[in-house]
Design a protein around this ligand. Structure first.
Ligand SMILES: Nc1ncnc2c1ncn2[C@@H]1O[C@H](COP(=O)(O)OP(=O)(O)OP(=O)(O)O)[C@@H](O)[C@H]1O
Length: 344
């Protein structure tokens, strides 16, 4: 049994610990779940991830309750099949999805999971960032996974749904240390159908395009509307490089001009491009489980708290991830994994 202390971290420790436990075939106990948060313990979104992984891995679980601060997870081998889970609030669908995705490397047959909740909500990747940035990047490393967005879910009602389909995969080494030339950028703008008359999706996309530096080629641009229970919007931005894909995103808010949503996403992209990083600041922490599985090295713009706590977590599973700080003007850091996770 691997014993973990979640006192310094958030929900990501729970999700990543469960994925790693399932892949390694190890039992895990987490104390002080989300101890660093004002509202510690398991919330709806974390609980949905626990329930989904427990079902896929036929795990014995103790403490799968709202607000629980201790969780024990004893997984069996992950198996293929069809599963569904409902977060029950506007809690993030993409974060639940992030917990189950690594199991593509361990399943014995096709696995499809439908997750209900918020598809485009704060403090998590918008669903288009998963569909258009993260999954295409992982597919380049032989991870076989595709995402269908069945319905958008915005805060506060949620009510969205997405289905992630995976096939048994053997991920290849991830070497993302030189992004190469930029080929162009893509803009994906979406808004709930009630904002169509105000042309919010088009205005977000225009705001993004107008904020780009001269000479940047927009190779794809979409502005769409979707039925949803709550009003909301999102803009996902992707930059395609010779050897990499990077994302940036922003959500709409009441009182925030639509054009500014696009500008905000492009501002994050410009900050990324000023560094020599190859992986964007959010994918930086999300790729670490994959680095543990396949080995390799990534250049990231910032050693965030999420990166730090994920590296510590990998250490608990016997994966030695080295951080090498970058020189001035270079990427902030490189993370390297030589010895990968000891699999079941
Ligand atoms: N705007 C964004 N775009 C893409 N990814 C994001 C964005 N905001 C947050 N993320 C990612 O979402 C994840 C959030 O993990 P975190 O543990 O903070 O969430 P949580 O489960 O809601 O837990 P907690 O409530 O404890 O913070 C991280 O992987 C982070 O990089």
């Amino acid at each position: 049994m691997i014993e973990l202390d979640g006192a310094d971290g958030g929900g990501q420790i729970v999700r990543s610990a469960l994925s790693l436990a399932a892949l390694a075939g190890e039992s895990v106990r987490i104390e002080n779940v989300r101890g660093a948060r004002d509202d510690p313990g398991l919330k709806h979104q974390h609980l949905a991830a626990v329930e989904l992984l427990a079902a896929v891995c036929d795990a014995d679980v103790e403490g799968a309750d709202l607000g629980a601060e201790t969780l024990t997870f004893e997984p069996d081998s992950p198996s293929g099949g069809r599963y569904e889970v409902d977060v029950g609030t506007a809690g993030s669908v993409t974060l639940v999805l992030d917990a189950v995705l690594p199991l593509a490397a361990a399943i014995d047959g096709p696995l499809a999971v439908t997750i209900r909740g918020g598809t485009d909500v704060k403090w998590s990747p918008p669903i288009d960032a998963v569909r258009n940035v993260k999954l295409p990047l992982l597919r380049r490393h032989d991870v076989q996974a595709a995402l269908d967005v069945d319905r958008r879910g915005f805060y506060p009602a949620g009510g969205g749904a997405a289905t992630l389909s995976m096939a048994p995969s053997t991920p290849t080494q991830i070497q993302l240390t030189d992004r190469g030339e930029r080929r162009g950028v893509r803009i994906y703008s979406v808004a709930s159908a009630d904002l169509a008359d105000a042309e919010v999706a088009e205005r977000q996309a225009r705001g993004a395009a107008a904020a780009l530096p001269d000479g940047v080629d927009v190779i794809e641009r979409s502005a769409t509307y979707a039925d949803a229970d709550s009003t909301g919007t999102a803009l996902t931005f992707r930059a395609d490089y010779e050897n990499a894909l990077a994302g940036a995103d922003a959500l709409g808010e009441r009182g925030k001009p639509a054009e500014r949503v696009g500008e905000d996403a492009v501002r994050s992209f410009r900050t990324f491009e000023e560094s020599a990083a190859v992986v964007d600041r959010h994918l930086a922490d999300q790729l670490l489980v994959w680095l543990a599985l396949a080995g390799g090295e990534i250049a990231i713009p910032e050693v965030t708290d999420h990166v730090e706590s994920s590296i510590e977590l990998l250490g608990e599973f016997g994966v030695d991830a080295e951080i090498e700080s970058g020189a001035e003007g270079a990427a902030a850091a490189r993370i390297r994994v030589r010895e990968t996770l000891d699999r079941r």
